[in-house]
Design a protein around this ligand. Structure first.
Ligand SMILES: *Cc1c(COP(=O)(O)O)cnc(C)c1O
Length: 435
């Protein structure tokens, strides 16, 4: 009998994070270009970053070690929801009548509903260990804010969240989730910061953007002693923490006797894609495995497929170091699509680098076909996916249909980054043809 769910025991939670930079430097003999200080145009040093991040995360940001041990306290909290299941989408395969085998890693199983908790727990832990009392952050769809709110609560720290206004209007209950865990939440742009006030003065109805919310969180950290900043995606250490997803998935696929031909994830800042992809990408770098990787983005915020690969700011107020990445420009304000987590002007430097090196591919889709894919998935597999994850599902369905046309068996693995039970507003609009 073939298993539908491939599960692991608590003791099989990975003991280390896997560092792609080690493999890039060893096998490709090349690394992404470093972040630059915008003033001097010199690479930023640990001192530049220590005002906003704890030292351990700064070290991880530049580490070339192959493996970074996951602290026992962090693994203990991972046990609340990890290992997450790997599920064979038999019913979706049948619906598509495809010879492809489709597997998905279900990160929606986390208590806050998405993969974000994997890094939130680690970041809260390292901040706590270095004596930080309050964290500040931004959130788009609210997934990151919810995850960090829970993690900060576990480690008895305070959290201030700037939530992109349009997302807050679309998903008011996310604020309730964050407040339930004890966080303080402001709609961004807000009256709480100078930058927020400046934007509201010229446009009181500004929908907000991740770039603006990041600026507000950074301003708050710089102005308040004992505060540190936490980012939910984009940076190397965030992508590193997400590798628990792919490390587990690899073990689970092995258990099922398969190895993926194609690995798919949606890309906002790049962290859930990195999480599922990097532990397989290392095989490609090391053993020249012929696996393909596809990052999927919305047509309305196409950082990889339409953006330029250049140095740009990570936020709108231009407070961050310059990052070498695929970007639409730090002042780009994407249209208010429901996949709030994919509305970021830039892309992780590591993902941008891999794309530029042609080690991965990217595709962009319009909102309506993406929601249709989510509805097809819900009706076959049961789970209502996050609108972000629907992008990965759309690409998976297209790959499975291609396999059918070519009469090829193809093994597809995708990351179901989160569930959509707090995104029903978007589904409602789609189902009633109001998108
Ligand atoms: C935040 C989020 C994303 C996008 O962020 P990445 O860093 O690209 O993973 C995707 N899916 C869900 C469910 C999210 O919450």
């Amino acid at each position: 009998m073939k298993n539908t769910k491939i599960t692991l025991s608590d003791s099989e939670i990975p003991e280390y994070y896997l560092n792609i930079s080690y493999y890039l430097s060893k096998y490709l003999k090349k690394l992404p270009e470093p972040p630059l200080n915008p003033g001097t145009k010199k690479p930023v040093g640990p001192a530049d970053l220590s005002a906003i991040f704890p030292m351990e995360l700064i070290k991880q940001e530049v580490s070339l070690e192959e493996k970074i041990r996951i602290p026992e306290e962090v693994r203990e909290l991972y046990k609340l929801y990890r290992p997450t299941p790997l599920i064979r989408a038999f019913r979706l395969e049948k619906f598509l009548d495809t010879p492809a085998h489709i597997y998905y890693k279900y990160e929606g199983a986390a208590p806050t509903g998405a993969h974000k908790l994997n890094t939130a727990i680690a970041q809260a832990y390292y901040n706590k260990k270095e004596g930080v009392k309050t964290l500040a952050t931004e959130t788009g769809a609210g997934q990151w804010g919810s995850a960090l709110a829970l993690a900060a609560n576990f480690f008895e720290m305070k959290l201030v969240v700037f939530m992109v206004r349009v997302s807050l209007d679309q998903k008011p209950f996310r604020k309730t989730v964050m407040e339930t865990y004890g966080a303080e939440v402001f709609a961004s742009p807000s009256e709480k910061t100078e930058f927020g006030k400046k934007i509201l003065k010229t446009n009181p109805d500004h929908p907000g953007s991740l770039g603006i919310a990041i600026s507000e969180a950074l301003e708050t950290v710089v102005k308040n002693k004992g505060y540190k900043y936490s980012l939910g995606s984009v940076l190397n250490h965030v992508l590193l923490h997400q590798t628990v997803v792919g490390l587990e998935a690899k073990k689970q696929m092995e258990k099922d006797g398969e190895y993926p031909d194609v690995i798919i994830g949606c890309v906002g800042g790049g962290s859930n894609f990195a999480g599922i992809a990097f532990p397989f990408m290392t095989d490609k770098l090391k053993a020249k495995k012929k696996v393909r990787f596809i990052g999927v983005e919305p047509s309305s915020c196409p950082s990889l497929t339409k953006g330029r690969y250049k140095y740009d700011f990570g936020d709108t107020a231009q407070m961050t170091p310059l990052l070498k990445m695929h970007t639409l420009g730090s002042d780009f304000v994407p249209s208010p699509i429901h996949a709030g987590g994919l509305r970021y002007h830039g892309m992780a430097p590591l993902i941008s680098f891999l794309y530029n090196e042609k080690l991965m591919e990217a595709v962009a889709y319009e909102q309506n076909p993406v929601f249709q894919a989510g509805v097809d998935f819900a009706r076959t597999e049961g789970i209502i996916p996050a609108p972000e994850s629907n992008h990965a599902i759309k690409a998976t369905i297209d790959e499975a249909l291609k396999a059918k046309k070519e009469g090829k068996k193809k093994i597809i693995l995708f990351n179901l980054s989160g569930h959509g039970l707090l995104d029903l507003n978007g589904y409602d609009k789609f189902l009633h043809k109001k998108l």
